[in-house]
Design a protein around this ligand. Structure first.
Ligand SMILES: NC(=O)C1=CN([C@@H]2O[C@H](COP(=O)(O)OP(=O)(O)OC[C@H]3O[C@@H](n4cnc5c(N)ncnc54)[C@H](O)[C@@H]3O)[C@@H](O)[C@H]2O)C=CC1
Ligand SMILES: Nc1nc(=O)c2c([nH]1)NC[C@@H]1CN(c3ccc(C(=O)N[C@@H](CCC(=O)O)C(=O)O)cc3)CN21
Length: 307
């Protein structure tokens, strides 16, 4: 694929894309969140992962801390990691006790085989339990670059089934994507989602600023494409594996590409698109990066207006 010339940054579009961003933390990032709290706008949505290396108390404590600090908790509920219906109800009840069930992210879960009764996130949505625990919006996963273990056809069918199931239960849906380093697949995937009549808000998974080796490590761990051309386009070179890389180019390029894709040129309106930052253990660095990027884009916009 010829390397597309990246469009000039469109500051207004970048500001539009980054406002109402969401963040992700793990159950081990409570101290980091407390340290970063003054750098994060009030009512920012903060996802709390449910990985194999935390326990129930940590996950509930993290969700409680998010709510207590004035942000909106979005706990992850990975279907395959729940051992029983009772376990799911216990988790949802504990989250409701700390006012953290309004927004959930319901995801399959990385285990190759389910550890309990739920094969996938649709099965969990179809239990009908979510409304009983006050759930108002469910985030579901999207894959602009596909998934290493799941066929693209299966992913499209799952996306359609989940959004339909949530609509039937009168629960709002939001699509949260796997992170990426290349904007072309993301813009094309957004077009494909809208062409299927799925209009749910999309939050594009974006790598927070982190060490290049760490970013590539997570890319490999989660099956995210990161070949030499793409990481160069993102802004770091495989030759130089030291130092940090931030998503400046990714955010500016995606915003500009989406702004260029006016309807009528064979594209669909992108609809509501925002950014979800995977902090990769760098919550404060990500919060700082967002503040500086937003200030710079705003300032450049004002200067531009001044010319
Ligand atoms: N932030 C996070 O925690 C994220 C996690 N993921 C991972 O992506 C995978 C799929 O999640 P969803 O899109 O919610 O799928 P899903 O639960 O909607 O399932 C879609 C289809 O893929 C199959 N499937 C689900 N998880 C699988 C797995 N681990 N291995 C093989 N097949 C699987 C299901 O049987 C179903 O047919 C999960 O492993 C999930 O943990 C994806 C994105 C973000
Ligand atoms: N397939 C898939 N599974 C996932 O679990 C997953 C994705 N994709 N996409 C992106 C997010 C990001 N995820 C993570 C998971 C762990 C850390 C992390 O910082 N782990 C550190 C510290 C230990 C901890 O906090 O758990 C580590 O070194 O593992 C970050 C992001 C989970 N997510």
């Amino acid at each position: 694929m010829a390397t597309r010339i990246m469009p000039a940054p469109n500051r207004a579009a970048s500001l539009e894309l980054i406002k109402n961003f969401s963040l992700e933390m793990t159950g081990k990032d409570i101290a980091a969140l407390i340290e970063a709290k003054d750098k994060i706008p009030p009512r920012t949505r903060i996802n709390v992962t449910f990985l194999g290396n935390e326990d129930l108390e940590m996950r509930v404590a993290a969700a409680k801390t998010v709510r207590d600090l004035g942000f909106v908790p979005v706990p992850h509920v990975p279907a395959r990691r729940l051992a029983s219906k009772g376990g799911l109800e216990r988790f949802l009840r504990r989250l409701q006790e700390v006012d953290a069930t309004e927004h959930l992210f319901v995801v399959g879960g990385d285990p190759a085989e389910p550890e309990g009764p739920y094969e996938d996130s649709l099965a969990l949505i179809n239990t009908g339990l979510l409304q009983q625990f006050g759930v108002r919006e469910v985030g579901i996963a999207g894959y602009p670059e596909g998934h290493p273990d799941i066929s693209t056809e299966t992913l499209w069918r799952a996306l359609a089934d989940k959004t339909a199931a949530l609509a039937e239960q009168d629960i709002d849906a939001a699509i949260l994507t796997q992170f990426a380093f290349d904007t072309d697949p993301v813009a094309d995937w957004i077009d494909a989602v809208r062409s299927r009549g799925i209009m749910a808000p999309i939050r594009v998974g974006t790598p927070g600023p982190a060490g290049i080796k760490r970013l590539l490590g997570f890319a490999r761990r989660f099956g995210v494409g990161a070949n030499a051309m793409i990481v160069k386009k993102y802004g770091f070179s495989l030759a130089n594996l030291m130092g940090d890389a931030g998503p400046d180019r990714f955010v500016n390029d995606l915003a500009a590409v989406l702004a260029e894709r006016a309807p009528g040129q064979g594209h669909h309106l992108p609809g509501q698109v925002g950014l979800h930052f995977y902090t990769f253990g760098g919550l404060l660095a990500t919060a700082d990066w967002v503040r500086h990027f937003t200030a710079d884009a705003g300032q450049a916009g004002r200067q531009g207006a001044a010319h």
